[in-house]
Design a protein around this ligand. Structure first.
Ligand SMILES: C[S@@+](CC[C@H](N)C(=O)[O-])C[C@H]1O[C@@H](n2cnc3c(N)ncnc32)[C@H](O)[C@@H]1O
Length: 164
């Protein structure tokens, strides 16, 4: 195949991928020729679709707790853009459900979004430890972990991760 033909084949494949409802299970990111970012420049759009379609929704009461935590983080922290997106949370929860780890170590918990998203999918006896440098971040994380009734599964340790 000439390089021109190969390029138009890849472009066609890309167009197929980004058409609504045309996503195929055998999707390979290797045919994605360029990075197509969403408005936050985070996960590539094709990967977002994949994550969305093949991840189950975060269950209640965790979903509501996460929504409320995200709103409060956005209102109270000027650096709220550090928080993962709801889709990233959904994907992390799905990965936890797939791998069923007994222990999870998170470095940099911020206000607890990812910890709660992962915690919501943890098997019953599993534990997640989240290391967070900033006391104010950790305090909010702890508040929402309690609201989500995940305090027996998630522990926040405050201080520099390198000292743990
Ligand atoms: C990008 S945010 C993490 C986002 C978070 N996982 C979430 O779901 O919202 C990075 C966090 O790492 C923390 N951090 C930075 N340096 C650290 C260190 N040395 N030890 C522990 N936490 C640290 C910051 O205070 C910040 O809250």
């Amino acid at each position: 195949m000439s390089s021109l033909t190969a390029r138009s084949f890849r472009l066609q494949s890309l167009r197929q991928l980004i058409k609504p409802n045309s996503f195929k299970r055998d999707h390979s990111t290797s045919i994605v020729t360029s990075t197509v970012s969403n408005d936050n420049g985070r996960l590539r759009i094709e990967e977002e679709k994949y994550a969305d379609i093949y991840s189950s929704s975060i269950q209640q009461p965790y979903k509501d707790v996460l929504e409320s935590l995200a709103k409060r983080t956005e209102n109270e922290f000027s650096n709220a853009n550090m928080m993962i997106t709801s889709l990233q949370g959904k994907l992390m929860c799905q990965l936890i459900k797939l791998f069923r780890p007994r222990n999870v170590l998170e470095i940099g918990g911020f206000t607890g979004y990812s910890a709660i998203a992962m915690g919501s999918g943890l098997p019953s006896k599993a534990k997640l430890t989240s290391l967070e440098l900033n006391e104010k971040h950790a305090k909010m994380a702890e508040e929402y972990i309690r609201l989500a009734k995940l305090q027996n599964k998630i522990e926040i340790k405050v201080g520099p991760a390198s000292e743990r």
